[in-house]
Write a new protein. Structure first.
Length: 172
């Protein structure tokens, strides 16, 4: 029987997993402060279940799943809105055609509905398979595929065909 994970093990997890969790949270939410809040909430929930973690190797995936589930619950709350007050409205034609323009990609991601954004982030940024993405989001593989297709269609319309990977219908 293995020993239960210690607080030191959790501290190591936080230091090792924070950058990846933060990047995923930022891509899901599009706001730095909310991304930090999401990561902190996910890590707090992970710590609350820390005694049940059986394998330290699985802990980062557990924390990421907790992060995605927490984000999903935030999206479902009626009070959560993906709108930010600003003094000036952005120019709708401001999305450039340069594929290396990261702000354009982030702006386009922000225009996707939450589930489509989550699917795209998990599939193409975290490099999860269809099955892994379905498991992380607690949805069917068919939903992952349809949401990915819809999201890529919208992103191609916003960014152009050369910016996004071409899919051939096969899934890994």
């Amino acid at each position: 029987m293995t020993r239960p994970p210690s607080d030191e093990d959790f501290t190591e997890l936080v230091h090792a997993a924070w950058p990846s969790l933060y990047r995923t949270a930022y891509l899901l939410l599009g706001d730095r402060a909310e991304a930090e809040d999401l990561v902190q909430s996910a890590l707090a929930k992970t710590y609350a279940s820390w005694g049940r973690v059986r394998s330290l190797e699985a802990a980062p995936a557990y924390a990421r799943t907790t992060l995605v589930n927490t984000a999903t619950s935030w999206f479902r709350r009626r009070s959560w809105r993906n709108e930010r007050p600003t003094e000036t409205l952005p120019d709708p034609g401001a999305v450039g055609s340069d594929p290396s323009d990261r702000p354009a990609l982030l702006a386009a991601l922000a225009q996707l509905p939450p589930r489509q954004r989550a699917v795209v982030v998990l599939r193409y940024y975290d490099d999860l398979s269809v099955a892994e993405t379905a498991s992380a989001l607690a949805i069917s593989e068919g939903t992952v595929k349809s949401q990915t297709s819809d999201a890529l269609t919208k992103l191609r319309a916003l960014l152009g065909d050369d910016v996004l990977p071409q899919t051939n219908g096969a899934s890994r």
